[in-house]
Design a protein around this ligand. Structure first.
Ligand code: C2E
Ligand code: MG
Ligand code: MG
Length: 739
């Protein structure tokens, strides 16, 4: 105690001792700061910080220990054993290094922490023992103390060394902390930048997620805490696992697409682009992930639209042809037949015209549904139904051993489609036509097969008896003929090469001319005269009936305007003209132009216009009637022959078809029917014309049946306009001479 006091009484020594004490103690918190820096660093940097921290700490405790030795033992002879002193410093530093590195790896494990503590304790003990070994007691006696360094010198050295360590440590730490703070700020800025990115950003090492931005958490539907530390595959659909695994092992470079599964099970398609980076000083991968689900959906929708009919949802022509190609390839391998059915709705235009386009659409949808379910049933879901356009559907049957099955299926489909449809509260009945072709007989390629089936359909549509036709090679040449005719027809309308002929109509006496029926004639140089029954349907199909009908109306009205006022002219109208033309306007304008009195024009309409009692047909007929023209129901006795039409529509006249008239003489039943029809027409205030009168016997019977007018070869054939004019002059002479 006395020696301590004595030592401390020296002012200078006291100052130095105090300074050494402060420096030594200050080294400990500095060591602690350095340790925390080590904890926040990786790799070599961490090692360097650990070493620095251990050196500061070791030096600190070593300094304190040495000070105590010097002060308490009041000896300066310690410096005589510099090796031992150095060794004790190394022990302190090594112990601290061991403890720090243990603590840095402890991850909060008590055993590690305690082991580290024990290491420090051990180091302190070792250091003290080594220090004691350097004590003068243990040292061999030496000469006088005069040549030995005094306490002050030791303290100066000690303090200097410690001060140097403290200073260097402090400088490095301050610089580093500022650097770290700046880095933290930078990291914060980067984080904000990353979080504000629309793309999901993800850093991973071997699939283990190290960091994510906000967009990625939103994309995956998982919070950051769940994502970090998890494996990428945990959030990826199974279907994409193989791809991701492959990308994890190979160098990621190109853009990949994969499916993400959200916690609620929904899936998203993502596009990812990754590249290597250094993260925390070690190689990792950064991936930019973009949600392309909507883009994909839009693309899929476009793709669907391009390949499906929007109205019925069935595959369209494009898709059908592609699928048919596959079916044909399969059939070819199996040496099997493929039946192709092309189906068309009879008079679909009427449904559209009479019920409106909305009803037409509904009907098409209903037909599509019925067809699809029937084909599914009949082919065990192996058949293919498509809408080729308009009212045309196609059915490809799966490859089969026999071709015959196709006709059976066609019949079943037609029977099922003949059952009425409920459309907008109305019952609509349709009939269909089917063309059939087989691969390989009628075509081995898609184009050839479809063409054959189309050709068969074309003829099925024109066949009164058969509603289904199987392709025959002869159909082809005939079709070509028709196509040529269609082209010629178009040219003929343009060039006005049609002629209108006039067939006289007489009063029941068979002598008094009452008017003419305008009948269209077409003369072609190489083909001669073509009958209207051949070209009118063609004109109706090809859309030429409009201009052609206007041409006849115009010509007939202009011609009749020159006739005596007592004579009328009858013009035939096609049902198509009722749908496509503004007939009322056309008739009004034509009458005005030709200055023909409306009462002298008769419009002949077939039952086709009236198939169903609709407002549209009725309204048009009413409007025509209001013009003052007379309406005639033509070809009565063919078609539907519904007497109820007579009451419901504003007709003035009924024309009994020549098929009835021709049977009159030898069919008592026919005669009875004609009488009944005539009586009914009279009771409704309608005139009755009999057409196709060829014999006097027929004429007599028609007179008995109280018909009002007669038309037929017996009385006069259709003739040119000039011949009609001559006939009129003759008639005049006859009547005037008779008078
Ligand atoms: P339709 O309106 O019933 O015309 C009467 C048809 O019977 C005419 O045939 C006429 O030549 C024929 N015919 C008249 N008397 C006799 C006879 O005693 N014996 C025989 N075997 N036939 C007779 P055409 O001129 O061949 O016309 C056929 C059909 O073509 C017409 O039947 C009509 O539906 C249609 N048609 C003719 N011209 C036109 C037209 O300008 N527009 C429209 N839309 N259809 C027309
Ligand atoms: Mg007629
Ligand atoms: Mg007729």
């Amino acid at each position: 105690m006395t020696s301590l006091i004595a030592t401390l009484t020296s002012d200078r020594d006291l100052l130095l001792s105090g300074l050494s004490l402060v420096v030594s103690i200050a080294l400990c918190p500095l060591a602690l700061v350095m340790f925390f820096r080590a904890m926040a660093s990786h790799g070599r940097l961490r090692l360097a910080w650990l070493l620095a921290a251990a050196t500061a700490f070791g030096a600190g405790i070593w300094g304190l220990a040495l000070l105590s030795h010097v002060l308490f033992a009041a000896t300066t002879r310690l410096a005589e054993a510099p090796l031992l002193l150095g060794l004790s410093l190394v022990e302190a530093v090594t112990g601290a290094l061991g403890a720090f590195s243990l603590w840095s790896r402890s991850h909060g494990q008590p055993s590690f922490i305690m082991l580290g503590g024990a290491m420090v304790a051990l180091a302190v003990v070792a250091m003290h023992y080594t220090g004691l070994a350097a004590h003068p007691v243990l040292l061999p006696p030496v000469g006088t103390g005069a040549d030995l360094p005094g306490i002050a010198q030791i303290l100066i050295v000690l303090g200097g060394v410690a001060l140097l360590i403290l200073f260097l440590g402090a400088v490095v730490t301050v610089v580093d902390v500022r650097f770290v703070l700046r880095r933290a700020e930078e990291a914060q800025r980067l984080r904000q930048l990353a979080d504000s990115a629309f793309e999901g950003l993800l850093i991973h090492r071997d699939g283990i997620i190290l960091d994510v931005n906000t967009s990625l958490t939103a994309l995956v539907g998982q919070p950051r805490e769940v994502l970090i530390g998890a494996h990428i595959l945990d959030f990826i659909a199974l279907s994409s696992h193989a791809l991701i695994r492959e990308r994890l092992t190979t160098k990621p470079s190109r853009i990949d697409e994969f499916e993400i599964v959200l916690p609620d099970g929904t899936r998203r398609v993502a596009e990812v682009l990754s590249r290597p980076i250094l993260h925390g000083g070690r190689p990792a991968t950064v991936a930019a992930v973009r949600d392309i689900s909507e883009r994909k959906q839009a693309a899929a929708r476009i793709e669907h639209l391009a390949r499906h009919d929007p109205l019925t949802g069935l595959p369209n022509r494009v898709k059908f042809l592609a699928l048919l190609k596959d079916i044909l390839a399969r059939a070819d391998q199996a040496e099997a037949f493929v039946g192709l059915l092309v189906l068309d709705i009879d008079r679909f235009k009427f449904v559209n015209g009479l019920y409106g386009h909305d009803a037409g659409d509904r009907l098409l949808r209903a037909v599509a549904r019925r067809l699809a379910s029937l084909v599914k049933e009949d082919t065990h879901d192996q058949g293919l139904v498509a809408r080729l356009g308009g009212d045309e559907f196609a059915i490809a049957l799966p490859p089969a051993r026999q071709a015959g099955i196709a006709a059976t299926i066609a019949e079943r489909l037609q029977a099922a489609l003949a059952n009425p449809f409920e459309i907008s509260g109305q019952s609509v009945q349709i009939s269909t036509r089917v063309g059939i072709a087989f691969a390989p007989q009628h075509g081995t390629t898609v184009a050839a097969l479809v063409n054959s089936a189309d050709t068969a359909l074309f003829w099925a549509k024109r066949d009164e008896r058969a509603k289904t036709r199987i392709f025959e090679p002869a159909m082809e040449s005939e079709l070509q003929l028709r196509r040529r005719m269609e082209r010629d027809l178009r040219l003929a309308v343009q060039n006005h090469t049609f002629k209108v002929h006039y067939q006289p109509i007489y009063a029941i006496d068979g002598r008094t001319l009452v008017g003419f029926e305008a009948l269209l004639r077409w003369f072609q140089k190489d083909l001669g005269w073509t009958a209207p029954s051949r070209f009118i349907p063609l004109a109706e199909e090809s859309g030429m009936i409009g201009p052609l009908g206007r041409l006849v109306l115009e010509t007939a009205c202009a011609e009749a305007a020159d006739w005596p006022e007592a004579l009328h002219v009858a013009v035939n109208l096609s049902p198509i003209q009722f749908q496509t033309d503004d007939l009322v306007a056309t008739v009004t304008e034509t009458l005005a132009r030709t200055k023909l009195a409306p009462a002298r024009l008769e419009l002949e309409i077939t039952e086709g216009v009236l198939i169903d009692d609709t407002e549209r047909a009725r309204a048009q007929l009413m409007a025509l009637k209001a013009l003052g023209v007379r309406l005639v129901l033509d070809d009565f006795g063919t078609g539907y022959s519904s007497l109820s039409y007579l009451g419901r529509f504003p007709f003035d006249k009924l024309k009994i078809d020549r098929s009835f008239v021709s049977r009159l003489a030898d069919d008592a039943g026919a005669a009875a029917i004609v009488r009944a029809i005539s009586a009914l027409a009279h009771s409704l205030g309608l005139a009755v014309t009999a057409e196709g009168v060829e014999t006097t016997a027929q004429l007599e019977l028609l007179r008995d049946a109280r018909c009002t007018e007669l038309q037929g070869f017996l009385l006069g054939r259709p003739m040119t306009a000039s011949a009609a004019a001559r006939l009129i002059r003759q008639q005049r002479k006859m009547t005037s001479s008779a008078a």
